[in-house]
Design a protein around this ligand. Structure first.
Ligand code: AHM
Ligand code: MG
Length: 336
């Protein structure tokens, strides 16, 4: 049998590589791994139980219909992170305000987590891949004090770790601690994530563009021109490109990470700031993109340099292969 490195072993190896590492971050990532397994189990059974599929009947803070699994996933990640004691506060797409973990251990913990517990959850009822996206920062306020808004409103370049879980044809956990990106595939027979994609690299160029073209008439002129560019025939640049859009950020980004491509959610007339949330969708994906050799921007500036102003802030998002994102930005700038 080929040798296998589990996520647990990998975390320990990584920790040993940094002589002053305290193990807190390792423990935190283990908590995410545990919650991911629990959520994975529910998603796999989704079609079997009316308790799992469908809407709860209420809207979340974004005015979106909460799915039962959104709530379930939020509860599981929150409970796992609080129980481990390495996190002093959490902000989630499913909660209006950040949550303070003020138990004895939480109060003295160093990290805050921002999370979209189940992104693309409207896809669950139709058996399409969804994901969890997470972002981890060191707190700014002194240990022992209650966390405050400024601990969560840090620019993405301060992230110490970020990643996603994709619940797809197989379940994977992909994460970075700022030294490259590694992917682990879940083996349900062993109950373990195994290192399957070491040192993931985003190809510099690709032939896939991912954007909801149904919104075409509402896009800015530069985005429309870039889409036309993708569709034009040109052998030298392998165009026309292929259009692929699942409508699930994690899945669309994951495919493009492996194959090379660009993901775009621009501003539209009806969503003047875009749709995706900076803190728990764009920043973690941007950190992964950069760590894999790609780029992520809002069309004009680096996502990781944006100074956040509110927890659920939205930004336009362009992420993926370096040359493709640069090209899209050029179209935007020329039309400005
Ligand atoms: P959600 O956080 O409410 O699930 O919405 C985010 C999702 C992303 O996963 C996806 O890329 C995007 O919304 C799709 O939006 P649209 O249906 O407008 O194309
Ligand atoms: Mg989301």
């Amino acid at each position: 049998m080929a040798s296998m490195t589990t996520l647990g072993e990998f975390i320990v190896q990584q920790q040993h590589a940094f002589p002053h590492a305290t193990g807190e971050l390792s423990s935190l990532i283990s908590a995410i791994r545990l919650a991911a397994k629990i959520v994975n189990r529910e998603i796999n059974r989704a079609g079997l139980s009316p308790d799992i599929i469908g809407a709860v009947g209420v809207e979340n803070v974004q005015g979106e219909v909460q799915q039962k699994l959104d709530v379930f996933a939020n509860d599981k990640f929150k409970a796992a992170l609080e129980a481990r004691g390495e996190v002093c506060g959490l902000a989630s797409e499913e909660e209006e305000d950040f949550v303070v973990f003020d138990g004895e251990r939480g109060k003295n913990a160093s990290y805050v987590v921002l999370i979209d517990p189940l992104d693309g959850s409207s896809n669950i009822d139709v058996n399409v891949s969804v994901g969890t996206i997470f972002s981890i920062y060191r707190r700014i306020t002194p240990v022992g004090e209650p966390v405050s808004g400024k601990d969560f409103l840090q620019p993405g370049c301060n992230q110490v770790a970020a990643g996603y879980v994709i619940y797809g044809s197989s379940t994977m956990l992909v994460y970075t601690t700022g030294v490259g990106v590694n992917g682990f595939t879940y083996d349900p027979t062993l109950g373990a994530f195994a290192l399957s994609h070491p040192n993931m690299r985003l190809p510099d160029n690709g032939t896939i563009y991912s954007i909801n073209e149904g919104n075409y008439i509402k896009f800015p002129a530069g985005v429309k021109q870039y889409i036309k560019y993708c569709q034009e025939r040109d052998e030298a640049t392998n165009r026309p490109y292929t259009s692929r859009y699942i409508g699930s950020l994690v899945s669309d980004f994951h495919r493009n990470l492996l194959k090379g491509g660009i993901y775009i959610y621009p501003t539209t007339e009806s969503a003047p700031d875009g749709k995706l949330r900076l803190l728990y969708e764009c920043n973690p994906i941007a950190f992964l993109a950069e760590q894999a050799g790609g780029i992520a921007s809002d069309g004009r500036q680096r996502i990781l340099d944006i100074e956040p102003t509110s927890l659920h802030q939205r930004v336009p998002f362009f992420a993926g292969s370096r040359l493709m994102v640069e090209q899209a930005q050029q179209f935007l700038n020329q039309s400005a």
